[in-house]
Design a protein around this ligand. Structure first.
Ligand SMILES: Nc1ncnc2c1ncn2[C@@H]1O[C@H](COP(=O)(O)OP(=O)(O)OP(=O)(O)O)[C@@H](O)[C@H]1O
Length: 340
């Protein structure tokens, strides 16, 4: 389990002035201001769960993960990962977590992947049965043997990511912290990585905290979301509940005979003010704010006026809902179901 209470991280950043003279003045005066990257967040993540840690650029995700993995010391507050305070127990924490994190590598750049794995096996004291079982799994899903004996520094981004992902799982960690794990991977490997993490979660009960901007990663790996904005938690809960907070829904339909699509569009926008209609040949899409009209109202309006041949109401998409959430939290509004 991961437990975070009132966690704060501040950075002291030198104030910079523009231009050459400004740069000189920056060096001479050395004035600082404080950036509060993580602003008193609290949350709990149960063991064995799959949580997406989401937020716009600069929201404070990486800083939180750095504290949770022991790389960074909090300014104040507490975090516990399976009962350990990571920055005070870096070695013990490292044995129990698996990390894939941006530019940081857990591999030895001058060695091949198999040699790096052999060292990690010793570092983590991995039993032979576990090591062999995991190598078989990595071969099955990541085709890890194909990386051969090439030095890590000579691998492509996608090849290195395959090795990083495997390395993070080699010692059967209890908690996985993965930051953008499918970056640089082709579609087949992206799918394989998603299957891998889901299998490990199901079979070993591994807790997953995924930081990603990739909506397909998020929805195929995680069922829970923790959303931060300006260093504060603005939503924690199930992803399907988050989707149900969508402020905008759509109805897409086709029809036969009757008025032209342009005439239908004009009629809809006139009679249901606040809706937006877009046309794609004979296919018409109505976007409507849920606060004004329900999908049912839009549908009954259509049934009375056109001869529908096809019609569906798509699921709200996570990208749009997150955008709405960031906008709302920027205005410090209440988020339904949110923890703010
Ligand atoms: N070492 C540092 N020194 C000063 N400011 C920092 C440092 N690290 C992060 N910040 C600032 O803290 C804030 C949060 O950064 P963080 O990297 O945690 O965001 P993020 O949510 O991971 O963003 P992204 O999605 O772009 O990776 C940003 O304003 C960033 O500029």
């Amino acid at each position: 389990m991961i437990a975070v209470e009132n966690l704060v991280k501040e950075f002291r950043v030198p104030e910079r002035k523009e231009g050459l003279a400004g740069s000189l003045r920056t060096l001479l005066t050395r004035r600082y201001h404080t950036v509060r990257a993580v602003d008193g967040i609290s949350f709990e993540i149960p063991a064995g769960s799959r949580t997406a840690y989401l937020g716009a650029n600069g929201a404070g995700k990486s800083t939180t993960v750095k504290m949770l993995t022991g790389v960074m010391t909090p300014t104040s507050g507490h975090c516990l990962v399976n009962g350990l305070e990571p920055h005070r127990n870096r070695r013990r924490t490292a044995r129990r977590i698996g990390v894939v994190f941006g530019q940081r590598s857990q591999l030895w750049w001058d060695l091949s992947v198999p040699d790096s794995f052999r060292i990690l096996r010793r570092v983590y004291d991995i039993p032979d049965a576990v090591y062999q079982r995991n190598l078989r799994l990595f071969q099955e899903l990541l085709d890890i043997d194909a990386l051969g004996t090439t030095a890590v520094r000579q691998l492509s981004l996608g090849q290195r990511m395959r090795a990083e992902i495997a390395a993070s799982l080699l010692h059967d960690p209890e908690v996985l912290f993965w930051d953008e794990p499918t970056i640089g991977l082709d579609m087949v490997l992206q799918e394989a990585v998603r299957e891998l993490v889901n299998r490990v979660n199901r079979e070993l009960g591994t807790t997953v905290l995924l930081t990603s901007h990739d909506l397909a990663d998020i929805t195929s790996i995680c069922d829970t979301a923790l959303v931060v904005d300006h260093g504060r938690v603005v939503y924690q809960g199930r992803i399907d509940q988050l989707l149900s907070t969508a402020g905008q829904r759509s109805v897409i339909f086709e029809y036969r005979g009757g008025p032209s699509p342009e005439a239908v569009a004009a009629k809809v926008e006139h009679t249901l003010p606040g809706t937006r209609v877009s046309l794609d040949g004979q296919r018409v899409r109505i976007d409507h704010p849920v606060g004004l009209f329900s999908s049912r109202e839009v549908l009954s309006f259509l049934l009375e006026r056109v001869d529908l041949t096809d019609c569906y109401v798509p699921e709200p998409d996570l990208g749009t809902v997150l955008k709405e959430l960031y906008t709302r939290s920027g205005k410090r509004d209440h988020v339904p179901g949110g923890a703010a």
